[in-house]
Design a protein around this ligand. Structure first.
Ligand code: UD1
Length: 431
């Protein structure tokens, strides 16, 4: 199993190319099930989750191909993948595959839209809270789907086809909104989604579906109206930049000090997180080539945050911000409102010398701590990268174990940081 070794104490200077967003690429790939034609996605990040989803889609009969390198592309340019679901040969998504990646449950919507039936394993427990799918199933039922739970599978049928309806989410859900959109685009008549998620990845999916011929209004607001169409065509779509990767590197620079250009990054995708970072004393400027983040000399100021659905502070940057706050010149309060149990990184940060007390969904981080390198364990995707950020500022050597969590969501993490002067390397295949 690979590990990552970090020698702390270096400042970061240079440029980091920001990859396409994992959380947009996954639903976009799933949307290819909606058409017999080819969907071509550009700027797809090289991540293990993307590879796994290609396998899952292959199981339903999709032909997937990764295009070779083109003139002017570097190893950091995103990939172009083509997906063609001419014939769907299998409407079952088995436990072995779905249990490895929650988002693959979302195939249920296009399978129903194309085939009128789907049998998809329930994703099961997850390290960051219960993460149920009740709201996803509720959305489908509103569109005329009959669902039974049988042997750990959601067995869904739309005997009369999908029929437009009103879906009112009692809680904002990204996955629920993706599923509702993908089910509604080919349903008969009009569908209204109320209290929809407003995340940029929802807008990206809606834009791609629109290029494929869907009729969608209001994506990016809390009310989306979809007029069903009988069929969708192929399209070309460029995946938007990853706002979580952007925020992660911005926090790394705020932690170590320095000056880094995050190439291709867009401020409008993560305004609230950047505002919090500015509160800590970092300087952020949008330039034509991307976002520049600087912190010189001065200390890190403490800032309280509360995670919220977009446009609020994203839960996927909470762990990274907590790492930063361990070095602040005072105490800060971090309130997690999206996922229960999303504080597993607290124990590992403590191994580096952080002092954080937990009270339900609030963490109080004691600042002014000197961090000291240690062996730590990655527990989930975002938690593990918070350990990398802490390691960059710790004295001595930090080794992050179980880095396969990082490979699910961060492309070439150690290379990108090393380019900016970090002392970081991957130790391959060692224990
Ligand atoms: C997506 C993101 C994930 C991010 C999360 C919140 C992807 C691939 N993943 O996950 O990185 O952390 O949004 O921004 O895009 N809920 C229910 N019932 C449901 C569905 C959700 O109660 O049927 C709850 C969840 O437990 C959670 C909240 O709703 O408390 C939000 O979850 P949701 O937005 O659905 O997260 P995901 O789509 O799984």
């Amino acid at each position: 199993m690979d590990r990552i070794r970090i020698g702390g104490g270096r400042i970061l200077t240079g440029a980091i190319p920001i990859s396409g967003a994992k959380n947009a690429a996954l639903p976009l790939m799933i949307a290819s099930l909606l058409t017999r034609e080819t969907l071509t996605l550009h700027n797809v990040p090289r991540l293990s989750d993307v590879r796994l989803l290609m396998r899952i889609l292959g199981n339903h009969g999709i032909d997937a191909a990764i295009s070779g390198k083109r003139i002017g592309q570097s190893e950091e340019s995103g990939e172009t993948i083509t997906l063609c679901a001419r014939d769907i040969v299998d409407t079952t998504a088995p436990y072995e595959l779905v249990s490895r990646m929650r988002a693959s449950f979302w195939v249920i919507a296009p399978l129903l839209a194309r085939m009128g039936e789907a049998r998809v394993s329930l994703p099961g427990g997850c390290a960051i809270g219960t993460r149920p799918v009740d709201l996803l199933l509720m959305a489908l039922e509103k569109l005329g789907v009959e669902i039974e739970i049988d042997g750990g599978y959601a067995v869904a049928r739309a005997p009369k086809g999908l029929i437009g309806g009103e879906i009112d989410f009692p809680k904002v859900t990204v996955g629920g909104t993706h599923v509702a959109l993908m089910a509604a685009v080919m349903a008969k008549g009009e569908t209204t989604i109320i209290n929809a998620a407003r995340e940029p990845e929802i807008v990206d999916l809606a834009e791609c579906l629109t290029k494929m011929g869907a009729k969608i209004e209001g994506a990016g607001t809390e009310r989306i109206v979809i007029e069903g169409v009988p069929r969708l065509d192929g399209a070309h779509h460029h995946v938007l930049p990853d706002r979580i990767e952007t925020g992660t590197y911005a926090m790394a620079v705020a932690m170590t000090g320095g000056d880094v250009l995050l190439e291709g990054a867009r401020r409008d995708l993560l305004d609230s997180a950047l505002a919090a970072l500015e509160g800590t004393g970092a300087h952020i400027a949008q330039e034509e080539a991307g976002l520049r983040i600087k912190r010189n000399g001065g200390g890190i100021l403490p800032v309280d945050i509360t995670t919220e659905p977009f446009p609020g502070f994203p839960t996927d940057l909470q762990a990274q911000f907590m790492a930063l706050m361990t070095r602040a010149e005072g105490n800060s309060r971090i309130h997690e409102t999206i996922f229960e149990n999303r504080f597993m990184h607290v124990q590992e940060l403590a191994r580096l010398g952080a002092k954080i007390s937990l009270d339900g969904d609030v963490a109080v981080v004691e600042g002014r701590r000197k961090l000291k390198g240690a062996q730590v364990m990655a527990t989930d995707l975002r938690a593990s990268v918070s350990l990398v950020i802490a390691g960059l500022a710790a004295q001595g050597e930090t080794v992050v174990n179980r880095v396969y969590h990082l490979d699910r969501g961060f492309e070439a993490l150690e290379k990108k940081l090393a380019r900016c002067g970090a002392d970081i390397e991957r130790l391959s295949g060692e224990k």
